[in-house]
Design a binder for this molecule. Sequence first.
Ligand SMILES: [Fe+2]
Length: 194
Amino acid sequence: MSIAQERRKAVTATAERIVSIIGDAPTVDRLEQAKPHLMALAERADLFPAADFPLPTGDVTDRTYLIYDNAEGAALYAITAVPGMTYRPHDHGGSWAMIAAVQGQEKHDLYLADPAAPGTPILKETLTCEPGTAVSLTPEGIHAIEGVGTEPLLHLHFYGTRFEDQAERTEYDLAAGKTDIFRMEAFGFIVDKR
Ligand SMILES: [Fe+2]
């Protein structure tokens, strides 16, 4: 079996398992139950060689590869990035999210929306997603990410709703205390590696 075939088999089995655990109720409990499965897939670094998932080059700081999707719209991506990559606070348009690290460290600032001040969500926790750990967000979750450490990043990002359909995604401009609605056109090119 080629690496691509082996990867497809492992990715599909993992993704289907996670989707079946989460079902239509992406609660903290179910996300926690599902996390070890994504972490186990992320441990298979041999399935995600740099030849198939190149790092970004030039001024680009991250690259997105689709590795699984299903008829209900869930999608799993492998994302490569360079240390120093940052993304300001955002939600995922009502989708749950789960992230596990194959390599490299990604700092996550986790926020909760403040109904009294919609432009300035409340920072709840900061943690680092690195090999052996995973981060998840419920549909209400907000996070900001930053590539830290010295090693290039390769992380697996699973969403209940594929990026193209996260139409109402909100981004937070903390300095200005305002929100922006995410435009799909602003998202980089997605490479199909299913
Ligand atoms: Fe995100």
